[in-house]
Design a protein around this ligand. Structure first.
Ligand code: ATP
Ligand code: PRP
Length: 213
């Protein structure tokens, strides 16, 4: 049978999952700083090192059999095309709304300014769904990073961004006003692979389950 391909989210999730992969005998057997496709120490498993936002796409299309990705990215990607059998409990944080401390938007009750609230975020779909559920019309401004800057320079009234320690918010004079969802890294599996490589994938998932951080 062809090897199992595991797509890993480059960056924080890769760093946080490396100890577990090494304990499982699935550590990279190559230079992960440069290579995008690396054999693992297990000849039956190959690793892809890709941007977090691309992991659901690779797994959905079967270019990877399974992947490790944040719940935030999965929720933004949407759909039910993937199995999500495991919560790895790593890269834990939360997705929250934040505003400039002392501004009218720091108190959600003070939002009724008459005009649409401008929300800067890397997560337009999650944000749209959240405010639609509340029956609120907002203007969503898509950004790719450093969301905390947007309300400081008048680009947005509030942000929807990841918060862990709260240090980044505090350092920029922002306050968290509402938590949308808790976030951690999940294992996702391609549905066809789950049928075609059932035994190998179940074995791998069971090993990961017992080795969780
Ligand atoms: P890209 O480089 O493609 O823009 P990124 O900057 O979002 O990706 P990381 O910062 O490594 O990549 O974040 C990857 C994932 O780690 C996020 O999707 C989220 O699930 C989690 N994460 C992000 N920030 C934190 C944090 N401060 N604490 C804990 N987990 C976090
Ligand atoms: C993430 C997130 C926040 C920060 C929150 O950014 O976008 O800015 O972490 O963490 P804290 O509450 O512990 O301060 P990251 O550090 O990954 O940088 P990025 O903007 O490059 O993604």
């Amino acid at each position: 049978m062809s090897p199992i391909t595991l797509a890993l989210s480059k960056g924080r999730i890769l760093e946080d999952s490396l100890p577990m992969l090494t304990r499982l005998g699935l550590g990279p057997a190559g230079d992960i700083d440069r290579l995008l496709r690396v054999p693992s120490e297990d000849p039956g498993v190959h690793l892809l090192i890709i941007r977090p936002a691309d992991v659901p796409t690779y797994v959905e299309h079967g270019a990877a059999d399974l992947g490790v990705v944040g719940k935030d990215v999965l929720m933004e990607h949407g759909g039910s095309a993937l199995y999500e059998p495991l919560d790895l409990d790593i890269a834990r944080c939360r997705l929250s709304i934040a505003a400039v401390k002392g501004s009218p938007y720091a108190d959600p009750a003070g939002w009724s300014s008459g005009r649409r609230v401008r929300v800067a975020t890397k997560y337009p779909e999650i944000t749209r769904r959240h405010f639609a559920q509340r029956g609120e019309q907002v203007e969503i401004i898509k950004l790719y990073g450093s969301m905390e800057l947007a309300p400081l320079v008048g680009l947005a009234d509030v942000i929807v961004d990841l918060v862990d320690t709260g240090n980044t918010l505090r350092a920029n004079g922002l306050v968290e006003t509402e938590v949308l969802t808790q976030v951690s890294s999940r294992v996702v599996v391609n549905k066809a692979s789950m049928k075609m490589k059932h035994a190998a994938l179940q074995d791998l998932l069971a090993r990961i389950q017992t080795m969780k951080a």
